[in-house]
Design a protein around this ligand. Structure first.
Ligand SMILES: *Cc1c(COP(=O)(O)O)cnc(C)c1O
Length: 498
């Protein structure tokens, strides 16, 4: 991957550390306006036990407890659950109103304002999803959830033989991906030793070099049926070289699938041009579709073809048999024109849609459409350019700690082209709980991975340079206090192990 320069590496400390710098960066960037598309929880909202925003209280009850309750929180956790687009409420209400007033007609009858009936919502989502993952609209579909989709795709793409049966994943794979691959082996009666793990050097340096990945694949090339890797690694934030790894696998006759949970809506990818065989993702992280919302998948055009062949000797009955990649099927994957004929003749829709099983939740699709309509206000390329600056700013601020060595280290790649929005920070032992508690008090939301890692993700759609500045102030003060606290505790109990 090309080395991208960190745009702030040469900025003077005086400039970089100032509030004004963050403010100016926000003002200069036209994409800063997209923040207004989102509901940003206030600090009071997060502290309160009520489930709605504080300002919506009509009972006149006093929920405001602290001076900064009405300040916006510092939400840097879009890699776990993206914030709610303002328009989601409108789209979901439209769904509720349609259901309430039209019942089953909601499936078929177009509504005024050009809103598609539920039956066509999945097509409306394909166009916009395709742009985000660099695919043809026919190569993507919004369906099911991520782990379920990985299984469905593996049922089609993992076809072990006595020669080729291994699955290669990374050693630090998200547990669900590990379980999915492991259980696919068991499902085919293949011993678990056929699961090959690409393991990073250590917990302190969780990144994998491309050479390491390619060499493990080469080492097992004759016996491997499938490689399944993440586009962006959830723990380290590393952005893998999807194109190069895919090409390497194909040169060895190996199928390769990508889990894009942390990549979709975060970095631009070109699944079609890179000849990726298949991919799956969820729509609730950088995609902001809402917790547990319907996911998506990609099947390359090369694999989605449905060819009708005349059955030998049966020409007079004009009987045809469809040839297509085998899969686990359901009625929603069958040709739309015959879907409601109930003839028990499954002919898949060409492309990714032919992998659908059930009629998709219109509620979920409404929510995903709201998110996609926000994405369509910009492009992944423009968003990426903003993201590179925002994350570089976060990195440069983290590197400057009271002109001293920080009590933490960055474990994400330093080359901006090898990472997305996320920076993972490994704290010195014993600090994490205190720091987290301190930041929570201050309305900072980040993700923790015990024992010592914080994952900080400025999402380019709604996070600002000002958010990053406020995070740094809180985080570094939390570190100072945690160290002081630890010092005091060990002074009081001299026998304690430091
Ligand atoms: C978030 C995430 C998942 C979650 O899977 P679900 O099926 O949506 O619960 C799986 N894999 C990876 C790599 C993830 O980041």
């Amino acid at each position: 991957m090309p080395q991208l320069l960190n745009p702030y590496a040469a900025t003077s400390d005086v400039d970089l550390l100032s509030e004004a710098f963050a403010r100016t960066e926000d003002e200069r960037d036209p994409l800063s306006k997209l923040r207004a598309e989102f509901v940003i929880p206030t600090k009071g909202d997060l502290r309160n036990k009520r489930y709605g925003p504080v300002e919506q209280d009509t009972q006149g009850a006093k929920h405001v407890l602290r001076d900064d309750d009405s300040d916006e929180s510092i939400y840097l956790c879009g890699n776990s659950l993206g914030l709610q687009p303002r328009r989601t409420r409108e789209y979901v209400n439209r769904y509720l109103d349609t259901w309430a007033s039209k019942g089953v007609f909601g499936h078929f009858k177009p509504l005024e304002g050009g809103h598609p009936p539920w039956l066509d919502l999945d097509d409306a989502l394909k166009e916009q999803t395709a742009k985000i993952v660099g695919a043809l609209p026919s190569e993507v579909v919004v369906m099911e959830t991520l782990t379920a989709n990985l299984h469905l795709l593996m049922s089609s793409f993992y076809r072990p033989t006595s020669e080729r049966y291994k699955i290669i994943i990374e050693g630090k794979a998200f547990p669900s991906d590990h379980y999915a691959a492991q259980s696919q082996l068991a499902h085919h009666g293949i011993p678990s030793s056929a699961l090959i793990l690409i393991t990073p050097p250590s917990d302190d340096s969780p990144c994998l070099t491309t050479e390491h990945i390619l060499s493990v694949i080469s080492q097992h090339n004759a016996t491997t049926a499938l490689v399944l890797l993440p586009g962006i690694q959830f723990y380290s934030g590393q952005f893998f070289d999807i194109e190069l790894i895919t090409r390497h696998c194909h040169s060895l006759g190996i199928i390769v699938g990508w889990d894009l949970a942390h990549a979709v809506g975060n970095v631009p990818v070109k699944l079609h041009d890179w000849n990726v065989d298949f991919a799956a993702w969820c729509n609730y992280k950088y995609m902001n579709g809402g917790p547990g919302v319907i996911g998506g998948l990609f099947v390359h055009d090369n694999h989605g073809k449905v060819e009708k062949a005349q059955i030998d000797g049966d020409a007079e009955h004009n009987d045809t048999r469809a040839h297509y990649r085998p899969r686990l099927s359901g009625w929603w994957g069958s040709d739309k024109s015959s879907r409601f004929r109930m003839e028990n003749k499954f002919v898949p829709i060409p492309g990714a849609s032919g992998f659908q099983l059930s009629n998709p939740s219109a509620l979920d699709m409404s929510s995903v459409l709201a998110s996609l309509d926000v994405f369509s206000l910009t492009s992944m390329e423009a968003l990426r350019a903003r993201s590179v600056r925002l994350t570089a700013y976060l990195e440069q601020r983290l590197l400057r700690y009271d002109s001293k060595t920080p009590p933490y280290k960055i474990i994400s790649p330093t080359n901006p082209s090898e990472r997305g929005a996320q920076i993972s920070v490994l704290l010195n032992p014993g600090l994490l709980d205190y720091v987290l508690h301190y930041m929570e008090e201050q309305g900072v939301v980040v993700d923790e991975r015990k024992p010592d890692v914080l994952r900080v993700a400025p999402a380019p759609l709604y996070n600002s340079f000002w958010d990053v500045h406020r995070f740094i102030v809180s985080f570094q003060e939390g570190c100072r206090r945690a160290i002081a606290q630890k010092g005091k505790a060990s002074a009081q109990t001299p026998n304690a192990v430091a």
